[in-house]
Ligand binder design. Structure first.
Ligand SMILES: [Zn+2]
Length: 165
């Protein structure tokens, strides 16, 4: 990504400075559905799967632009997806908050929703990190965590709990 000059001559806030033309250009790149479904970005994505939209000669993440178009100001804040779908730009799936709130929420979901969905609900992010750091065989440590040796192996191979570093 090219680091362009951020100080443009526009003194107004981001929210106010998106023109009708930019808005129109933005929504043309979106597959807009009903209010509850994901609206996938149809144009370029960055390496993390977020949509990229060029606004005021600067590359922005599309979901951030979406909340600006929704009248919210994400300046200095984190815009997070409630749908875990980075390319989604449905404003109903986007929450603006602080980095701390974002981390707390992610940690909480990592333990519950994601953990259960992949069948590793007995493990916690802490346990996953400990398992990966432990070099003893899976058959030796599985009982400590009350899981099958295969669960230990899939955790280590990052087939499960991929979202934990
Ligand atoms: Zn979504």
């Amino acid at each position: 990504m090219k680091a362009t000059n951020e100080t443009t001559e526009q003194p107004s806030k981001n929210t106010e400075s998106i023109s009708e033309k930019d808005a129109e250009r933005f929504w043309k790149k979106v597959e807009i559905g009903s209010p509850n479904v994901c609206w996938p970005w149809q144009a370029a994505l960055d390496k993390d799967g977020y949509g990229v939209f060029k606004l005021h000669r600067k590359k922005q993440r599309s979901h951030r632009v979406s909340v600006m178009l929704d009248g919210r100001d994400p300046e200095g804040l984190v815009v997070r997806h409630t749908c875990d779908n980075p390319s989604c730009v449905n404003p109903n799936h986007l929450v603006v908050g602080t980095q701390r709130a974002n981390m707390r929420d992610r940690d909480c979901r990592g333990r519950q929703a994601k953990g259960m969905r992949i069948g590793s609900s007995k493990l916690t992010p802490e346990a996953v990190r400990a398992i990966r750091a432990d070099d003893r065989p899976s058959t030796r440590i599985n009982r400590q965590y009350d899981v099958a040796p295969s669960t230990i192996r899939t955790v280590r191979l990052r087939k499960t709990w991929k979202h934990i570093e």
